[in-house]
Design a protein around this ligand. Structure first.
Ligand SMILES: Cc1cc2nc3c(=O)[nH]c(=O)nc-3n(C[C@H](O)[C@H](O)[C@H](O)COP(=O)(O)OP(=O)(O)OC[C@H]3O[C@@H](n4cnc5c(N)ncnc54)[C@H](O)[C@@H]3O)c2cc1C
Length: 336
């Protein structure tokens, strides 16, 4: 598999990059680490006329800054850099666990970025194959056609799933993203950024760049955890994952957010299952009940388009959720 031909642009500043993207629009793609984009280009899934590299923008777009009320994490922060940040290691262990779960250390160290993880494509048993493998079948929804092969005859839309580990944990942490173009800027919560539509999983315009992730300052009493089920401990995308963020004040749960990965076209935020926990003590019984409810709430969303059956993954939801909630609750109370 070889790369298609493209023009390679390497702007030296954010302003220059945004001007170039305004000119090229959807004919050009941002290139961060390339671990998702170049793989898809080799598979013939995308063939942009130009790649606009973000490599010279790291001074502007990599690292973490602490503002009065929030944290700003640059999109160009590599996963390894994120893992090396003391604040993330100390106060956002769930985010550290999610970054460490992506691919393998070689990928985290050398290329993969936080922004690229949030903008990576949803995945599918048909779409993520070679061009030769797909050649005998009509183009699917994701490739501009009108069929979903794994979804079968009844599927009226793309049935791919979001398997970005970082996206799931950041959704649980209530993060937002800043989208910048040459003409303006907008900030979206991740619930709005992720559309839930496999054909176009993120709400991002052809002239926009994701420049920063905005996070609430963690502070005392916040615990977070990320639990991933995968066939192997490294390289593999999740079969199922859960990100949990819980704040405990005076021994009682003041807030709890839970998101699941590899279930649906977006990280699946399960608000209703967490509501009974509010004002309660984080006892094993209370957490187990919430995990069981999460399993019931997630089941209708579970997409049958994965190397393991949807029914098995649905059974596993309470297991991964219970582990994530228990660990988040322990950390919220000073545990590890
Ligand atoms: C072997 C292998 C294993 C993997 N395992 C996992 C895994 O377990 N979990 C997981 O979550 N991912 C996994 N990945 C996918 C990928 O490595 C990660 O999602 C990574 O974080 C993507 O970052 P990147 O910088 O390489 O993105 P890129 O490939 O450069 O970009 C990804 C997409 O986002 C767009 N983009 C990049 N940056 C921006 C920006 N700032 N603004 C707007 N759009 C942007 C690009 O145009 C492209 O469409 C794996 C990949 C490989 C090759």
């Amino acid at each position: 598999m070889s790369l298609p031909h493209f023009q390679y642009l390497a702007p030296l500043s954010l302003a220059e990059a945004l001007e170039q993207k305004a000119l090229w629009g959807g004919q050009a793609a941002w290139l961060s680490g390339g671990s998702d984009l170049l793989t898809r280009a080799k598979q013939g899934l995308v063939s942009p006329e130009a790649l606009i590299s973000l490599k010279h923008l790291s001074p502007e777009l990599a690292g973490l800054s602490e503002e009065a009320n929030h944290l700003r994490l640059g999109a160009q922060t590599t996963l390894h850099q994120a893992l090396s940040l003391p604040l993330i290691a100390r106060e956002l262990p769930g985010l550290a666990e999610a970054c460490a779960a992506i691919g393998a250390p070689t990928l985290q160290q050398r290329v993969a970025t936080v922004g690229g993880n949030l903008c990576a494509q949803t995945r599918c048993l048909h779409y993520n194959q070679s061009a030769l493998w797909r050649a005998g079948l009509a183009p699917c929804f994701k490739l501009g056609g009108e069929v979903c092969h794994p979804g079968g005859a009844g599927a009226d839309r793309c049935r791919s799933t979001c398997q970005s580990d970082g996206a799931v944990m950041l959704m649980a942490l209530g993060a937002s993203v800043v989208l910048q173009s040459a003409t303006g800027q907008r900030t979206l919560t991740l619930s709005d950024f992720f559309t839930g539509q496999g054909e176009r999983p993120q709400d991002i315009g052809p002239d926009e760049m994701l420049t920063h992730v905005i996070l609430e300052r963690p502070g005392p009493g916040l615990g977070s955890a990320y639990v991933k089920m995968a066939s192997r401990g490294a390289v593999d995308f999740p079969l199922l994952s859960a990100g949990a963020a819980m704040r405990i004040e005076g021994g009682l749960i003041a807030s709890a957010r839970l998101a699941l990965g590899a279930v649906f076209a977006a990280p699946l935020l399960l608000k209703t299952a967490m509501e009974p926990l509010l004002g309660q003590a984080p006892t094993p019984e209370n957490l187990a009940q919430a995990a069981a409810q999460a399993g019931r709430d997630a089941a209708p969303f579970m997409i049958e388009n994965h190397s393991t059956p949807a029914a098995w993954r649905a059974q596993m939801v309470p297991v991964v959720v219970a582990r994530a909630l228990e660990r988040a609750a322990s950390r919220a109370q000073g545990g590890i």
